[in-house]
Design a protein around this ligand. Structure first.
Ligand SMILES: Cc1ncc(COP(=O)(O)O)c(C=O)c1O
Length: 408
């Protein structure tokens, strides 16, 4: 049995202007990414779904969920990052600004010919790989994807369905990233990785800007329905690029009205929680197989570009057992009181599972108090994927795998 939820409160949560720079994720940059996305025929804002009955039953004011299973027909948010980063890379190669090129132009046969053969390479549990493969296919270019051991064969097939060369390696996520990097160096391929390290920062920054465009949409939709901004934001993290992209935009756009932001990770891969708890301001890696139900969050090393944003502007960091993500999937799948059902995968539902755990657990009253979670709270969640592993979704939602060990 896994241990209970562990948390670390940020003793020095900062406000915009006091901490890490936010220019790269501000409204101007996020707006550029959004304009680029809007040029794809597949683009439409994903729905922001209200769950009033669930909110009331957890003792909260509002819960609204951005349902990223509807993104580009790809069942996950990841294409926002890969498509923008690959667009920026090609624009730069052409010596043009991203503001002057459109996806239609970049994907045209004439442009593909002008650019010549290009191979994009990445390491991924699946969602990012599918996004890279899809974008490469649109661009008429090649993609090579390395997946960590234990990856779901369905995710592998989904990547191959976009024409990519993909394989499941016997490496953990971080070692698969190192393999992709070596192959890129040896073959002159372009690495499109959704995490940064020293001297590999441009592409991951563009990926985060692509994710920030999701936050632009979410805030616009939220304001249209609720007036003021959310009071709380729960964000799931693997390497932390997604959470930093969203939090960075929110901080930049909302200033002192920034929601209380909570970072959610699995016990087996809680590198952001560990880094925050270490208290020296530096990112710290986890080790081992990173074996967790939450495949998309199974990352042992924080993104170096995203980490300072999470360090400075998040209020709390949660390390959660797998059954909480499973609870989140079930809560989304089988709502009560007329709330709309949402199909959400293991990583997609982790933030709702954590919110449910925090609100229900008798031993977490002090955490609820510290985060001011209660009837006045308006919580924004992002279900970052649909049933990207249909087998896992069925096992959890139909057959009760990963039962709630606390709730009995
Ligand atoms: C569905 C899903 N949610 C969240 C994340 C976390 O993103 P990041 O690794 O940028 O923290 C991922 C990453 O692959 C994912 O696939």
């Amino acid at each position: 049995m896994e241990g209970p939820l562990r948390y670390h409160l940020n003793p020095t949560r900062l406000y915009p202007g006091e901490g890490a720079g936010l220019d790269v994720l501000g409204p101007a940059e996020a707006g550029r990414a959004r304009r680029f996305h809007a040029g794809f025929a597949q683009y439409a804002p994903t729905p922001l779904v209200s769950l009033p009955h669930l909110a009331a039953s957890l003792g909260l004011g509002t819960i609204r969920v951005k349902d990223e299973s509807k993104r580009f027909g790809l069942n996950a948010f990841k294409v926002l990052g890969a498509s923008y980063a690959m667009g920026r890379y090609l624009a730069e190669r052409l010596g043009r600004s991203i503001d002057e090129v459109t996806p239609t132009e970049l994907c045209s046969p004439a442009m593909s010919q002008l650019l010549g053969p290009i191979t994009f390479v990445s390491a991924t549990d699946g969602n990012h790989g599918r996004a890279v493969a899809w974008t490469a296919q649109q661009l008429g270019k090649k993609a090579v994807i390395y997946m960590p051991k234990g990856s779901d064969p369905v995710r592998l097939e989904n990547i191959r369905s976009h024409g990519a060369e993909a394989s499941i390696t016997d490496l953990n996520y971080d070692d698969a990233v190192r393999l992709a990097w070596r192959m890129a160096q040896e073959n002159g391929w372009i690495m499109v990785q959704d995490t940064a390290w020293e001297n590999y920062e441009a592409i991951p920054t563009w990926i985060m800007q692509g994710y920030a465009a999701l936050a632009v949409e979410a805030l616009e939709q939220w304001r249209a329905e609720e007036g003021g901004p959310p009071t709380h934001l729960f964000l799931q993290a693997g390497v932390g690029s997604f959470a930093a992209g969203v939090l960075g935009y929110m901080a930049s756009a909302l200033g002192s009205a920034l929601p209380v932001t909570v970072i959610v990770e699995p016990h087996a891969a809680d590198c952001i929680y560990r880094s925050a708890r270490a208290g020296d301001g530096q990112p710290h890696a986890g080790t081992g197989d990173l074996a967790t139900l939450m495949a998309g969050l199974a990352c042992g090393e924080p993104c170096t570009v995203g980490w300072p944003i999470l360090r400075d502007y998040a209020s709390a960091y949660l390390s959660c057992p797998d059954y909480m993500a499973a609870n989140g999937m079930r809560l989304y799948a089988a709502p009560r009181g007329g709330d709309a059902p949402i199909v959400s995968g293991e990583s997609g539902a982790a933030s709702l599972g954590a919110l449910d755990g925090v609100m229900r657990s008798p031993s977490l009253a002090s955490l609820r108090g510290a985060l001011s979670l209660g009837p006045g709270s308006r919580v924004l969640l992002i279900s970052t994927e649909g049933d990207t592993s249909p087998r896992v979704w069925r096992d959890v939602c139909w057959y009760g795998r990963h039962a709630d060990e606390l709730g009995k």
